[in-house]
Design a protein around this ligand. Structure first.
Ligand SMILES: *[C@@H]1O[C@H](CO)[C@@H](O)[C@H](O)[C@H]1NC(C)=O
Ligand SMILES: *[C@@H]1O[C@H](CO)[C@@H](O)[C@H](O)[C@H]1NC(C)=O
Ligand SMILES: *[C@@H]1O[C@H](CO)[C@@H](O)[C@H](O)[C@H]1NC(C)=O
Ligand SMILES: *[C@@H]1O[C@H](CO)[C@@H](O)[C@H](O)[C@H]1NC(C)=O
Ligand SMILES: *[C@@H]1O[C@H](CO)[C@@H](O)[C@H](O)[C@H]1NC(C)=O
Ligand SMILES: *[C@@H]1O[C@H](CO)[C@@H](O)[C@H](O)[C@H]1NC(C)=O
Length: 383
């Protein structure tokens, strides 16, 4: 992690000196495209909190591409970008005319990850490896293991994890495709849902920064997947502060079936609940609730994933979860962790957490000693 220049930083909410050691270099991508409200609000919130965030995202909607790496064969765009932000005939990659830290590329989300790392970072970002890649928030949930191969939002993150970069996929329940120009600053329930999910994402990023305290944010091979519940602020304030809750990928997760439509003679996909194969708990902590259940009420689900697809002999995700504590809890009424962290917090506001040892006595995992994870794993398998 490269400490970036210390800057004094004042928000309307609070006066906070950003600690330069906690400010992160962050790549922000998604699958809905570089002009979406969700990604722009997240990007704004990260920079407002003192991080150095850059968007590098698809020029048009690339939903459902999973981890597919598709580089364009056209030097120039053959049609205009989403929301006509870039005209047809412009180069297939470049920056937003209004913001040189916002890049677009005509490819899949995973291709954008590689374009970002091997072109933008190399040529426009001093070549230093980013501390983190965040993807989303997706316009729509990504609940369960089936989405791991289907979701472009997630595909961008495991492409980054494969390159050794900690990554977090964020997904929002509202699937409405919205341009960043449609953010409502005076929604009945407070801020626009895109603004709220952006600020919630900053809380998690800041919690990790605080736990890592200058070291790697997540151990090699690990990533996080976050699903927000429906944020109701466009109607009311009944769900605008969903707490972060630990979840697992399996558990009430959906997969698809092929639905035949006799009048069109075509098949379409239909989401279908709770097939056994998709919901058997093999790697996860099976006492945790599934993501689908967590987001049903006003809670945010956070799962831990790895890109080691081998079947497990042990369970190593607990030390990673501790890096997200106390922000992420085991239940909304978990004792000692009920204090709300207000939206819009900046880096300095996150309680610096020294994770307390959990019962079981495996101790605290310090970010600089991630190799300890392997030992933890070995010990665990002996029990
Ligand atoms: C792409 O557009 C540029 C101008 O922006 C032009 O010089 C170039 O010839 C075009 N390339 C192709 C393959 O059409
Ligand atoms: C690269 O270095 C320059 C000069 O030190 C600095 O202004 C800029 O913020 C750096 N860029 C990134 C992405 O770190
Ligand atoms: C934003 O919310 C206000 C308050 O409900 C409403 O009057 C306005 O129409 C909304 N604007 C948009 C662009 O949705
Ligand atoms: C089948 O397709 C027709 C034509 O698009 C549509 O109106 C109808 O709702 C579809 N039926 C089902 C069950 O999806
Ligand atoms: C599993 O989850 C429970 C909460 O449901 C938590 O108390 C426990 O520490 C977790 N154990 C491991 C090994 O991850
Ligand atoms: C937490 O609250 C739920 C209801 O909101 C209740 O069912 C559950 O028993 C509570 N758990 C604890 C540990 O108090």
């Amino acid at each position: 992690m490269k400490a970036i220049q210390a800057v004094s930083f004042v928000t309307l909410l609070s006066c906070t000196w950003v600690s330069s050691t906690l400010a992160l270099n962050i790549l922000v991508t998604n699958d809905d495209g570089f002009g979406s409200a969700n990604i722009r609000e997240f990007y704004k919130a990260l920079n407002a909190a003192g991080h150095n965030a850059w968007i590098v995202a698809p020029v048009v909607d690339n939903s459902g591409k999973g981890g597919t790496v598709d580089f364009t064969r056209e030097a120039n765009l053959t049609r205009s970008s989403m929301y006509n932000l870039i005209p047809s005939g412009a180069p297939s990659f470049g920056t937003d005319p209004k913001d040189s830290q916002i890049w677009y590329y005509n490819g899949t989300p995973a291709a954008c990850t590689f374009f970002a790392l091997d072109y933008v970072v190399k040529n426009f970002w001093n070549g230093t490896q980013p501390d983190l890649l965040v993807s989303g928030p997706n316009e729509g949930s990504n609940l369960g293991p089936f989405l791991y191969t289907l979701s472009g939002t997630m595909g961008a993150t495991y492409a980054a994890v494969a390159r050794g970069i900690p990554a977090i996929a964020f997904s929002a329940m509202d699937g409405t495709k919205r341009s960043y120009t449609y953010v409502n600053a005076s929604a009945p329930g407070g801020k626009d849902p895109a603004t709220i999910t952006g600020e919630l994402g900053v809380q998690l990023v800041n919690q990790l920064a605080s736990s890592a305290n200058g070291g790697r944010l997540l151990p090699l091979g690990y990533g996080l997947s976050v699903n927000y519940p429906e944020i109701t602020s466009l109607k009311d304030d009944s769900c605008i502060k969903p707490p972060f809750i630990n979840s697992r990928l399996t558990g009430m997760a959906e997969t698809d079936t092929a639905a035949y439509n006799a009048s069109t003679g075509l098949f379409t996909y239909q989401s279908s609940d709770n097939f056994e194969g998709d919901n058997v708990c093999l790697n996860g902590n099976c006492t945790l609730p599934g993501e689908t259940d967590v987001v049903k009420t006003c809670q945010t689900a956070m799962s831990v994933f790895t890109i080691d697809y081998d079947a497990p002999t042990c369970q190593g995700s607990q030390p990673v979860r501790e890096l997200t504590m106390p922000l992420v809890r085991y239940s909304t009424n978990e004792s000692g962790n009920t204090k709300d962290i207000p939206a819009g917090t900046t880096i300095g506001d996150v309680p610096s957490s020294s994770p307390t040892p959990k019962s079981g006595g495996h101790g605290v995992v310090v970010p600089s000693t991630f190799s300890f994870l392997g030992l933890f794993c070995a010990l665990f398998s002996l029990v």
